[in-house]
Design a protein around this ligand. Sequence first.
Ligand code: GLU
Length: 519
Amino acid sequence: MTHSMQGPARTRFAPSPTGWLHIGGARAALFSFLLARKTGGQFLLRIEDTDRKRYVPGSEEDLMEGLRWLGIHWDEGPDVGGPYGPYRQSQRAHLYRKYAEELVKKGHAYYCFCTPERLRRMRERQRKLGLPPRYDGHCRRLDPEEARKRVEAGEPHVVRFKAPREGTITGHDFIRGPITVANKDIDDYILLKSDGLPTYHLAVVVDDHLMRITHVLRGAEWLSTFPLHVHLYRAFGWEEPVWVHLSTFLKPSGKGKISKRDMEEIRKMGYAGVFIRDLREAGYLPEAINNWIALMGWSYDDRTEFFTMQDLIEKFSLERLKPSPAAVNFDKLDHFNGLHLRALSPEDLARRLVPFFHKAGYTHVTAEDLLPIVPLIQTRIHTLADAPRLAGFFFEEDIQHTPEAFEEFLVRHKKVKLDLATAYRALQKVYQRLQEVDPWNAENLEAALRALSEELGLKPRKLFSAVRVAVTGRGVSPPLFETLALLGKARTLRWLRQGLEVLAGMLASQTDASEAAPA
Ligand code: GLU
């Protein structure tokens, strides 16, 4: 029997603290959270830390911090508690032996005393014969009564599942339909280890049952042991949850499953990566990440692409999950980040930019300082981290003008192609004209410079490019007139003067060079 699809869902995210939160985990958590919110149920966080060997210090904090940052909040969990705690499996260790023994009593499991050495030799033999690695059933044949005595005498042992040798088992995955495997292909998996701790397989089933989980949403990598979990539920006689194995993520190329080993490759391609902490640091918004991962394996109507968390809660449904694997598309993430950046209020964006300016070395910048700059850059940045690169100069008293910038953005620029002498003459005029602008605002600045471009017979694009480079020392900046207005008159004129000096130097060395050249 399976839990019904109606009514409030109790879902869980059950990460093992073996690494940083990545987009695969975040998506399983998000969908579980959405289902619980949508149905008025509960979402739980359970830390599955029974494999001490794979424990990575700091990963539990990273998982929690990442989820919180994404806005995926749990109703029950190791930090907040709840009626079915504790929510960390290492603190539930005492619980599992009883269930393992229940299975032994019912004839669905048995004690195994094989030494690591015997298992090693067994595997070696199987490898040589080209057989699949699995337990050979040595202790399955022991007399149960005798085995129990050995356990009582304190002999080291594990508890193994007694997979039936005949017949098949069929589990039902909500998006994949019935999945049938032959029982003879199921290994006698270890359920309880020699240290008395459960393996994932026993712990997940016992805890999902005790915590009254109605829907299990998890990665497709668990499909291979799904039949074992179904066996365990049936052996205990418990009601099964609705099972949903989410689609796999493929590499950006679409060729093959994405794995930890691909991380370097992905970074080399210029992407921030798949860990939430890296995406956060690269300046992606949690809203954009949620939107992006939600649409990997789920869709609403194949048209709508912009979703807030509230939209997702309202529109999410298991029926629209897709089992087919999807390639991770980082360009889409940029696209969603753009959409969500533009949807933020200026105050909100200013606030979120603060840490990025601090990190870029503008350590005293406040949200209030950033507020006037936000309208100039909101549509021009792809990530929060772009902002200091684009607008950091607003917080500089002085900047460095380089001949290279003039070369690149005036002389050689495809759409500008302005020679240095013309630029110099025009900018001297600009300097005079700007001194007269009063009040100093974008409107007056534009009027003054447009009039001047006409008088000089110089295309506005050319003149404005020259002003941009000469004042800011760069070829790309927020809109010119607003930029000058914000910089203020004194700073604009000072920087322009410095720009003119650099230009003069370039012209002088040009003349020197032509004089030195043979006639
Ligand atoms: N601890 C498992 C993992 O980290 C949980 C899988 C599940 O959700 O059942 O992948």
